[in-house]
Design a protein around this ligand. Structure first.
Ligand code: PBG
Length: 328
């Protein structure tokens, strides 16, 4: 065939494919979410096979092991005892609560680790919502923002590197920035869940923390999966309010949102491969239907290619170890 242009020339060997590869993953762009619990036992999480709720000792050991694999950032999610959950979620800013103790333990063990905390009330709130709930069931925006500021200051005092509001209340990024600055924490950054969708993919996570809403759903604050322009609006607001990093969540079903926000903002963009995405892969692998290493690295590459600079993934440590084996 008289063909002078043959794209396959650039695919003909591993060496050439390596030269022309457009996207590369690195452990340094991964953030490992870690669940924590009171007590001295590490508990396997039934709804998320392969994940644990760590005791503080288990957390420090796991952070060391992730560090050794090349991971430099973790985000903490606490399982709060039922008797500490209240309608006002006061435990969220207890200076001796589980999260501040975990931050201090990690800071002492791994001073250079980036410690990120989730700012939202759902693990602490007896209603299971990210915000405070009025008598008629409405989620109270402005009252919640006051509580979130208390929570973030508690994390900053304990030594958090970044706080990460996942609640989707209006105006919380500006309020958090002002509260952190007023309390002399100008270096504590904000990674905002900018476009967090009301997704069916969070079920296994809510099982891990026992944090599902007791009534209603999260659709009055999390975004409608059908909307794309609304993500741009949220991104502009978060940027104007002083966010340091924007996030899209979930990741795999929302690659178009990542792609769009990548061209809308100069800020670093994160994507969260959430518990349901993790479980879809784990289930197919457990059934013998998919090759775990290949599917995980492909899913993460796709998220990065679409525009995410940072990726939160329960596969972070394992993926880092696979990457260390070298590219094909
Ligand atoms: C709650 C929060 C959720 C996740 C992270 N922070 C759950 C929710 O919004 O209901 C989900 C993460 C996952 O599914 O892996 N503030």
């Amino acid at each position: 065939m008289p063909l002078s242009i043959r794209p396959r020339r650039n695919r003909q060997s591993a060496a050439i494919r390596g030269l022309v590869r457009e996207t590369r993953l690195s452990p340094r762009q991964f953030i490992l979410p870690l669940f924590i619990t009171e007590g001295s036992l590490d508990e396997p999480i039934a709804s998320m096979p392969g994940c644990h709720r760590w005791s503080l000792d288990g957390l420090v050991a796991e952070a060391h092991s992730a560090w050794a694999a090349g991971i430099r950032a973790i985000v903490l999610f606490p399982r709060i005892a039922d008797n500490l959950k209240t309608p006002q979620a006061e435990e969220a800013w207890n200076p001796n609560g589980l999260v501040p103790r975990a931050i201090r333990a990690l800071r002492a063990a791994l001073p250079a680790l980036a410690i990120i905390t989730d700012v939202a009330l759902d693990p602490y709130n007896s209603d299971g919502h990210d915000g405070l709930v009025a008598d008629d069931g409405r989620i109270l925006n402005d009252e919640t923002v006051v509580a979130l500021c208390r929570q973030a200051l508690c994390h900053a005092h304990a030594g958090a590197t970044l706080v990460s509001p996942s609640d989707m209340m209006d105006g919380r990024v500006a309020a958090l920035r002002a509260a952190l600055d007023a309390a002399h924490f100008p270096d504590v950054g904000i990674m905002s869940y900018t476009a967090k969708y009301a997704s069916a993919c969070y079920g296994p996570f809510r099982g891990a923390l026992d944090s599902a809403p007791k009534s209603g759903d999260k659709k009055t604050y999390q975004m409608d999966p059908a909307n794309r322009r609304e993500a741009v609006r949220e991104a502009r607001l978060d940027e104007a309010e002083g966010a340091d990093i924007l996030m899209v969540k979930p990741a795999g079903f929302y690659l178009d949102i990542l792609h769009q926000l990548r061209s809308e903002t100069p800020l670093p963009l994160a994507a969260y491969q959430v518990s349901g995405e993790y479980l879809m892969i784990k289930s197919a692998v457990a059934a013998g239907w998919l090759d775990e290493k290949k599917i995980v690295l492909e899913s993460l590459t796709a998220i990065h290619r679409a525009g995410a600079d940072l990726i939160l993934t329960y596969f972070a440590k394992q993926a880092a170890l696979w990457l260390a084996e070298g590219e094909e």
